[in-house]
Design a protein around this ligand. Sequence first.
Ligand SMILES: Nc1ncnc2c1ncn2[C@@H]1O[C@H](COP(=O)(O)OP(=O)(O)OP(=O)(O)O)[C@@H](O)[C@H]1O
Ligand SMILES: [Mg+2]
Length: 349
Amino acid sequence: MALMMKAPQAARTAPTPGAGTLLEVQDLAVEFHARRGIVKAVDGVSFTLEAGERLAIVGESGSGKSVMSMSLLQLVAHPGRIVRGSAMLNGKDLLALQGKALRDVRGADVTMVFQDPMTALNPVLRVADQVMAPLRRHLGLGPEEARRRAVESLTRVGIPDAERNLDAYPHELSGGMRQRVLIAMAVACEPRLLIADEPTTALDVTIQAQIVELLRGISDQLGTAVMFVTHDMGLVARFAHRVAVMYAGRIVEVGPVREIFANPRHPYTRGLLASIPAIDGEKPERLLQIDGTPPDLAALPAGCAFAARCPVAVGHCTVERPPLARLEPNHSAACWRASATTAPEVIHA
Ligand SMILES: Nc1ncnc2c1ncn2[C@@H]1O[C@H](COP(=O)(O)OP(=O)(O)OP(=O)(O)O)[C@@H](O)[C@H]1O
Ligand SMILES: [Mg+2]
């Protein structure tokens, strides 16, 4: 277990105290009506995000990270359906917005960056048209002012020679540059919240680190809150203030990054942390090192969804589902054994 809990290196200061709650998600549930039954992809998720705060969402493949993120902008495609919950942003429920009100929020107040920058950019439009579009639509800027702001945006995301690159087509840029263009589009209108769903997975390791640094810098500079979906616990340590761990459509643990790394309380979180490679600089593997497989979301077991794979489960765990309970002021876990189990050996680097 040595090195398993290596302390995160970068100092992370919490966002300005008193900045206030930006987003409050309550009891969000999303279902897919599939042939094999009702798939509960997101099953009662609640969390808050402070203004300017960076929250990492981690969890195995299929745990509901993308569906949860996309549902905040009502982007879950048919047959997915938001069946419960609210997501209040500045007094507006994102889940209830319709028509123009929804379009106004998307791309202005809340924006999203996806995994694959090639499919997210329109191949037949020049970079300029794509970066200028949100500026024209949401801020009502004329062509000249929009272009000036687009140059500013490209420069902000570290694209050299912004004037020339604005006139390029997406295929003329490298993968890393395309992801920077998407980020430029996403932050052009200075949103309050940026949702980034595995924005670096398609990129090589050095570029990944640069993109994460870039997002962190922009978040600091503009005060933008970021929800960052990732498989990579190493990136979590460098980037986020807080981390929420998802399992089978629920948040099973949430807390400050330092606290989660030093004192994980859910056995699933411990498993995820154990999958961080011990050797510095080695590319972390996907988090699939916990024995067993996640449950079928169309036939969730009674009790805790993790019980069948859990090394410390007791009889009660298969009978009653544990609620997400507060263990310390900022740290919650959904585990009947959270208090009973001792923390693993922690070795501070
Ligand atoms: N179109 C669909 N039809 C039926 N079920 C779906 C559909 N899309 C997603 N799901 C279900 O929703 C669950 C959550 O999917 P989601 O894409 O949010 O997982 P994820 O945590 O983002 O995984 P990954 O890390 O692989 O991106 C999946 O387990 C899947 O069963
Ligand atoms: Mg996903």
